[in-house]
Write a protein that binds this ligand. Structure first.
Ligand SMILES: Cc1cc2nc3c(=O)[nH]c(=O)nc-3n(C[C@H](O)[C@H](O)[C@H](O)COP(=O)(O)O)c2cc1C
Length: 319
């Protein structure tokens, strides 16, 4: 069957499946596995901090795949200084840059005149329209089910995607709550021309930086085992529910300030769980799709299975 959409054409990939930026988890191994399996893998720049480390990771990725890939910028998370990293992405002539969590205009300026494709991850219709106005090649739109940072409006993928599709001319990629061929085909039915997955790719063999405890927690969790933290400081984000997130929510009720929360929501707190496996001493971002994750396949096995599931759905519905 054919999988071409404007997204496969734009990004020159076989399947319109994009690996989300995954802070502290999306390095060359995972990105190469996704790109080699026919999707678009990504390195997340904020995990590397130093522009030289980003350059080294891009060069490592190029030794692992000759397929297109992306570099992700979570603008608000970088603080200052991400511009030098964008310059590295330009010098290395990466095929795709994705960005989220802030005004993408400064990144667009740095990418001007290059052939690098620009994808913006948004969580609302107005943000998608803004990204289109600025010159984005496509938007990814993430609903409330998703893992990690979310929009402030609590709108789910099912409702958000078709409204964004109706509001912009550029292609739309659906994100948030997708973990198998059913979600993929549902996204196409909503008008999306591709999907982005975050949580599902953590539970794969090539996500080598995720601790076994984090992967086990994804396997053990149901659809109700995530919670949204940081809402009180205007930065809602979905994580696996634990004693640690319960403590964060308690602080948010009593003292909803960044100062009171900062030690609990830092990168170190994130790494304590995702690298060191200390579930009750740190945060592990995850989406509600965790309830549908029951194995740790290779990325290639995962994508091959999704293609088979999607094909059987197409046959069933006579598509
Ligand atoms: C552990 C984790 C870290 C994330 N870090 C980033 C990031 O650095 N940059 C980004 O654009 N999105 C980030 N996201 C969001 C994902 O790219 C994607 O939008 C989201 O995971 C989609 O929802 P899903 O988890 O239901 O697939 C992260 C998500 C998770 C689960």
């Amino acid at each position: 069957m054919k999988w071409e959409t404007r997204i496969t054409e734009l990004l020159k990939i076989k399947y319109p499946i994009i690996q989300g930026g995954l802070a502290y988890l999306a390095y060359a191994d995972l990105a190469a596995a996704v790109s080699n399996a026919g999707g678009l893998g990504q390195i997340t720049a904020m995990s590397l901090r130093d522009p030289d480390l980003l350059r080294a990771e891009i060069q490592k990725l190029r030794t692992l795949t000759d397929k297109p890939f992306g570099v992700n910028f979570a603008i608000g998370m970088h603080g200052t200084g991400y511009e030098d990293m964008v310059r590295v992405a330009v010098e290395e002539n990466v095929p795709v840059v994705t960005m989220t969590g802030g005004n993408p205009a400064p990144i667009f300026d740095l990418l001007a005149g290059t052939g690098i494709k620009k994808l913006v991850l948004v969580a609302a219709r107005r943000q998608a329209q803004k990204a289109e106005e600025l010159g984005a090649d496509a938007v990814m739109v993430v609903g409330q089910e998703g893992g990690g940072h979310l929009g402030r409006d609590d709108v789910g993928t099912m409702v958000l995607v078709p409204q964004v599709v109706d509001s912009v001319k550029i292609p739309v990629i659906a994100s948030g709550g997708i973990g198998d061929g059913r979600g993929w085909m549902a996204a196409h039915a909503l008008g999306a021309e591709g999907i982005e997955m975050g949580t599902r790719f953590i539970a794969t063999k090539e996500c080598v930086d995720a601790s076994q405890a984090y992967k086990d927690a994804l396997l053990a969790s149901s659809e109700a085992d995530t919670t949204v933290i940081k809402r009180s400081i205007g930065a809602p984000a979905r994580a696996l529910r634990s004693d640690f997130t319960a403590k964060i929510l308690e602080i948010e009720r009593e003292t909803p300030t960044y100062e009171a929360l900062k030690d609990y929501i830092s990168g170190s707190a994130n790494k304590r769980f995702i690298y060191d496996g200390e579930k009750d001493a740190g945060i592990g971002w995850a989406g509600q799709v965790t309830g549908m994750i029951h194995d740790i396949p290779t990325v290639d096995e995962l994508i091959t299975r999704m293609v088979a599931e999607a094909e059987s759905i197409r046959v069933k519905w006579g598509h």
